[in-house]
Design a protein around this ligand. Structure first.
Ligand SMILES: N[C@@H](CCC(=O)N[C@@H](CS)C(=O)NCC(=O)O)C(=O)O
Length: 378
């Protein structure tokens, strides 16, 4: 029997939820180990350069700390149907959806967790038991305080600011309605099987919106089709295809119910990427190659629904965009033409024109790959 993978992470964690839903769906043998204080602050930090979760430890002893890299790794090893659609538009859309789920939804998930005190008891209990499993409750409480303080300290940077909360609430209500409508007609984003994009989106939906008491009751329960999708994503036995199902939508089709979602992505997420890029390009001319950029740069202001939303620019988000654009670059000319046409119809062709310097990942940060990668802003 080969040794199983180990995943270090908490159920509470956005990205651990994404990784666990994926590993379960892929039927990858793994054991989940809760992250205690020593593992988070010492072992994981030593191995990956950041106190972050989840981390996958392979049977060969390699530590992999980013969910996208974790999925890449398993995709090369696992048998069975891949989570990448075989046709160009669905494939590109699935990657774009992963980037959006990973990056755009973080403020929403942080807001719904940390704005409502009724969520704190669950966090305190689960995080406390994980951090200091054998310690008395009083010590657990102290440890949780430290972690909660760190996470709360990130709120303003990710955009969770008092003046922006109602904008986020309105945006979320509309977006969750759109998703609920989509899942009323389709089991997953692109048909009857979950794809990479589903796993990107489930990050915010599983650990935060679907499990924290306030959003689970106020946002998810009233949307039964969305709730059923979260359940299918987290319990793979529910993901089994119905008999006779074809899998993905035919003819590389994107469901019309996703059209307003992708329109929002091009109207809101694309300007976020462009705003981050403008700042990163300024750094590019003088920043040493290979040295990680700061985790956050200055604020970017982008459209959100009817309003404008500000959050700090995360250079890391461009690494996710780079992955999506790499998928496009690897396609043949006719596939590229189909993707371009789809983006033109969405009003998002500018995505293909993003002049990204080549980035490499370092823990939770990114660095410029080599001098030639620096593109000077026009
Ligand atoms: N892009 C990374 C993000 C991982 C991440 O941000 N994890 C959160 C928990 S859900 C974390 O550990 N945050 C601590 C930090 O950002 O310093 C991934 O896909 O794994």
């Amino acid at each position: 029997m080969p040794r199983p993978y180990i995943i270090y992470g908490w159920h509470l964690s956005y990205f651990t939820g994404k990784a666990m839903c994926y590993l379960r769906y892929r039927q990858t043998p793994f054991v989940q180990k809760p992250v205690d204080m020593l593992t988070l602050m010492w072992r994981i930090k030593n191995k990956t350069g950041a106190a972050v979760m989840p981390v996958l430890v392979t049977p060969q002893g390699e530590w992999i700390n980013d969910t996208s890299l974790i999925i890449d790794h398993i995709e090369t090893q696992a048998t069975g149907p891949s989570v990448h659609p075989p046709t160009p538009v669905q494939r590109f859309a699935s990657n774009l959806m992963e980037a959006w789920g990973d990056e755009w939804w973080v403020p929403m998930a942080m807001h719904t967790r940390w704005t409502y005190p009724e969520n704190f008891a669950l966090f305190e209990r689960e995080a406390g038991d994980a951090l200091l499993p054998w310690w008395p409750r009083i010590a657990k409480k102290q440890a949780v305080k430290v972690v909660a303080k760190t996470l709360r300290g990130m709120l303003p940077a990710v955009g969770v600011r008092p003046a922006q909360l109602s904008l986020m609430d309105t945006w979320m209500a509309e977006m969750l309605d759109l998703l609920d409508r989509h899942f009323a007609e389709h089991r997953f984003l692109f048909g009857d099987r979950p794809m990479l994009g589903d796993f990107g989106l489930v990050g915010a939906m599983y650990g935060h919106l679907g499990r924290d008491p306030w959003p689970a009751r106020e946002l998810v329960a009233p949307r039964p089709h969305l709730r059923a999708w979260i359940q299918r994503m987290s319990e793979p036995e529910h993901a089994q295809r119905p008999a006779g199902s074809q899998g993905l939508l035919p003819h590389d089709q994107i469901a019309p119910t996703l059209l307003p979602v992708f329109q929002a992505i091009t109207r809101e997420f694309l300007p976020l990427l462009e705003g981050i890029l403008a700042q990163v390009q300024t750094e590019c001319s003088h920043w040493p190659d290979g040295k990680p950029l700061p985790r956050r740069l200055a604020d970017v202001a982008v459209p959100m629904g009817q309003g404008q939303f500000k959050r700090a620019a995360l250079p890391y988000s461009l690494w996710m965009a780079q992955r999506t654009l790499d998928v496009f670059r690897e396609m043949n000319a006719s596939d590229q033409a189909q993707v371009r046409q789809w983006l033109v119809e969405l009003g998002g062709e500018r995505l293909l024109a993003l002049d990204l310097p080549r980035l490499i990942i370092h823990g939770v940060r990114v660095a410029f790959d080599k001098p030639a990668s620096c593109v000077t802003a026009a």
